[in-house]
Design a protein around this ligand. Structure first.
Ligand SMILES: NC(=O)c1ccc[n+]([C@@H]2O[C@H](COP(=O)([O-])OP(=O)(O)OC[C@H]3O[C@@H](n4cnc5c(N)ncnc54)[C@H](O)[C@@H]3O)[C@@H](O)[C@H]2O)c1
Length: 265
């Protein structure tokens, strides 16, 4: 049983995790940026959670750290925690499209005899995809469909007139590595699918601006020796952050439950 759980970040996802955490689990430490200390301490007063801004500040070494903070936090803390023998859970999986960071994390995990846990996040079917890989996969295609305005502030702006689009339009087709490089804000799900299945180079990604959809629609097509599957998931965003899906936060709760329950599914 994992006793000491450290959560990184106190944004929309971490707040949802704290809200949905089963009663028998307790977060021992919350790692935040110094600038957020006062507001976080006020928000969590009486919760029993120690607010820290570094691993050194923790009075007991955590068993498990869960990043709910962004790609920068994976870069900042991943190798440090793994090298110290602390299993590290990641929701900002897009950070792992950076091969140099992956190499660094692998070396740290080997040195610390620890594990990097990739959370399924906003998408379904990661269990099936990872199982299918064991028998051999021939093809994995991920399509991400979002309303046009959700693609504002991404390179899609240069490729399409997002404000006047009237029909679904694909503006990127390529591999998951390049998708993560060009669209880092949308890289998490593509990276998770790549890591579970055929890897960053062989996983095909299609990004679509679709005025007919309301939320984010994730579609995965996978084919291999197991057969084939097509999954479509229509996620609802978190109230506090329209860019983060509710399911991603709930997958973080599930990961924490895994460390504390007698039954794992
Ligand atoms: N895997 C998935 O499917 C999926 C889906 C949605 C979001 N995500 C990831 O989850 C992350 C968190 O989402 P959110 O809605 O809470 O975002 P948010 O912007 O609401 O909150 C992020 C919080 O983390 C803090 N933070 C950032 N870098 C930090 C660092 N180095 N150290 C400590 N704190 C740091 C920020 O100050 C902020 O409070 C996103 O950045 C995204 O990468 C993953």
């Amino acid at each position: 049983m994992k006793k000491n759980i450290l959560l990184i970040g106190h944004g929309a996802m971490a707040r949802k995790v704290l809200q949905e955490l089963p009663d028998h689990l307790q977060i021992s430490h919350l790692l935040i940026r110094e600038a957020q200390r006062a507001e976080t301490e006020a928000a969590l007063a009486g919760s029993g959670i120690h607010i820290v801004t570094s691993l050194e500040e923790c009075e007991a070494v955590p068993d498990f750290a869960l990043e709910c903070a962004g790609h920068g936090a994976v870069e900042q803390y991943g190798a440090e925690f793994l090298a110290k023998g602390i299993d590290f859970g990641v929701v900002s999986v897009g950070a792992l499209a950076n091969k140099a960071l992956m190499d660094q994390l692998e070396a740290a995990a080997q040195a610390g005899k620890s594990q990097l846990h990739i959370l399924a996040g906003a998408v379904a079917g990661i269990d099936a995809l990872a199982a299918a890989r064991e028998g051999g996969l021939d093809e994995v295609i991920y399509s991400s469909c979002k309303p046009p305005l959700s693609w504002l502030n991404s390179p899609a702006e240069q490729l399409l007139d997002l404000k006047s689009l009237t029909e679904p339009t694909a503006f990127y087709e390529g591999n998951a590595r390049e998708a993560a490089r060009q669209f880092p804000a949308n890289a998490n799900v593509a990276a998770t699918i790549a890591l579970a299945g055929l890897g960053f180079e062989k996983t095909r990604v299609r990004l679509v601006a679709d005025p007919t959809v309301k939320g984010n629609v994730h579609r995965i097509h996978a084919r291999g020796s197991f057969g084939e599957f097509d999954i479509e998931l229509r996620g609802k965003p978190l109230v506090d952050n329209p860019k983060t899906s509710t399911l991603a936060a709930l997958s973080a709760v599930r990961a924490l439950r895994h460390g504390g329950d007698w039954i794992v599914i």
